[in-house]
Design a protein around this ligand. Structure first.
Ligand SMILES: Cc1cc2nc3c(=O)[nH]c(=O)nc-3n(C[C@H](O)[C@H](O)[C@H](O)COP(=O)(O)OP(=O)(O)OC[C@H]3O[C@@H](n4cnc5c(N)ncnc54)[C@H](O)[C@@H]3O)c2cc1C
Length: 367
């Protein structure tokens, strides 16, 4: 039997779950389709202070605050110099930021969506689809066929739905992250700053997470020889402990590797436009940010809000709402590319390094 939904959201991560919550709250029948299930730890943990206002706008701030996420009071970075400089959130209007248990954030959003009436299929993927006069027909791996008036692509950096329609992402660099999770047996590490350290062939960061855990990531270009070496867990740990100040911090608190390093894509890339005929993209599927910016989760929530408001306005006959959403995504991304270039240009200590050389010749997008 064919089921009908006003909106189908492909991808049940932060962006997809937030959009499902907002649409169901507005009485739009919504189905989320998530291909996997929670895996215990998900990379992406720093939320800037401005996210607090957004969560309040969603009506989910109290729930969020009761979930054990840690406050984050700013950054400490050795960038352009071997000395660490601190940037505190103390003067931010919204107070502190957060170091998240990311699985809990995504679960809270997904469960809130279901409470509002959204349906969620897990372990389900899109097998086939075609466009009809009034939307889409979607064949799913669980045997169901769905009719949807609109599809939201929230599949992250794959932008699966756009990709299957031959809409290609534009990539601005080859950045990858090799990320590991550490754990310690004591509570003495109370450092609420994110620590960032530039090195000759890339940069590192670490942040304290709930339950005595710490994430550590090495960021560099995937095609560089040292990055290929760093995919070996022993070599990655050797680089961390022998060549970085972050390594000393980890040793001081006796951190042990809990989840071995794995490589993930971390490049800056986006769709040429975030909207198409009866579909739109949100979160990383629309535009993905360098982790240096700590902007990805905020934009996942922000694009969920902007896109769902655009869809609701469109349903009421506002023909400019959907194109305005595409302009919003485009404008923010252009501004982001400018700040990204500025921050990388501040590191001048490694003029012979291909990683840093490339960042003084970054490819810019025409407005
Ligand atoms: C190393 C690293 C560190 C980062 N640190 C930060 C940080 O500190 N702060 C910050 O704000 N951002 C950070 N980010 C970015 C942040 O993680 C992303 O911006 C954020 O996860 C985007 O959320 P999303 O919902 O758009 O995509 P995702 O979180 O990627 O969710 C996409 C979902 O879609 C599902 N999916 C994929 N394909 C399909 C399909 N075909 N069918 C059904 N489901 C599918 C996936 O399983 C997943 O659940 C970091 C990123 C990296 C790589």
């Amino acid at each position: 039997m064919k089921q009908h939904f006003q909106t189908v959201i492909l991808g049940g991560g932060t962006a997809g779950s937030a959009a499902a919550f907002l649409l169901s709250r507005a009485d739009v029948s919504t189905l989320m389709i998530e291909r996997s299930a929670p895996r215990g730890w998900k990379i992406g943990e720093g939320l800037p202070p401005s996210s607090t206002a957004l969560l309040q706008q969603f009506g989910l701030l109290d729930h969020f605050c009761s979930d054990g996420h840690l406050p984050s009071h700013g950054n400490r970075s050795a960038w352009g110099s071997a000395q660490f400089a601190e940037h505190s959130f103390i003067f931010e209007a919204n107070g502190h930021g957060w170091h998240l248990d990311r699985e809990k954030l995504d679960r809270m959003l997904a469960e809130s969506a279901v409470r509002q009436g959204a349906q969620r299929f897990e372990h389900t993927s899109l097998i086939n689809f075609f466009q009809t006069n009034d939307g889409w027909e979607l064949e799913l791996s669980n045997g169901t066929t769905i009719h949807a008036e609109w599809v939201i692509d929230a599949t992250g950096r794959n932008s699966h739905f756009a990709h299957r329609q031959n809409v290609q992402r534009q990539a601005y660099d080859h950045l990858v992250a090799i990320t590991g999770l550490f754990i310690t047996d004591h509570d003495q590490d109370q450092d609420s700053l994110t620590t960032i350290e530039a090195s000759e062939h890339g940069w590192w960061y670490t942040a304290l997470l709930p339950e005595r855990r710490r994430v550590v990531a090495y960021l560099s270009d995937g095609d560089l020889p040292l990055t290929k070496e760093a995919r070996n867990p022993d070599r990655w740990q050797q680089m961390l402990f022998e060549s970085t100040q972050i390594g000393s911090l980890m040793m001081k608190h006796n951190y042990q590797l809990h989840i071995p390093p794995r490589m993930v894509n971390a490049n800056s890339s986006c769709l040429p436009t975030a909207v198409g005929d009866r579909w739109l993209a949100i979160g990383d599927a629309a535009a993905a940010y360098d982790p240096l910016s700590s902007q990805g989760i905020l934009m996942a929530l922000g694009t969920a809000l902007e896109s769902t408001e655009a869809l609701l306005a469109h349903r009421k006959g506002d023909t400019r709402a959907i194109p305005a959403y595409a302009d919003f995504v485009n404008q923010i991304y252009l501004e982001y590319l400018g700040s990204r270039d500025y921050f990388y240009s501040m590191e001048q200590r490694f003029p012979k390094s291909p990683f840093w050389q490339r960042r003084t010749h970054t490819k810019r997008r025409n407005p």
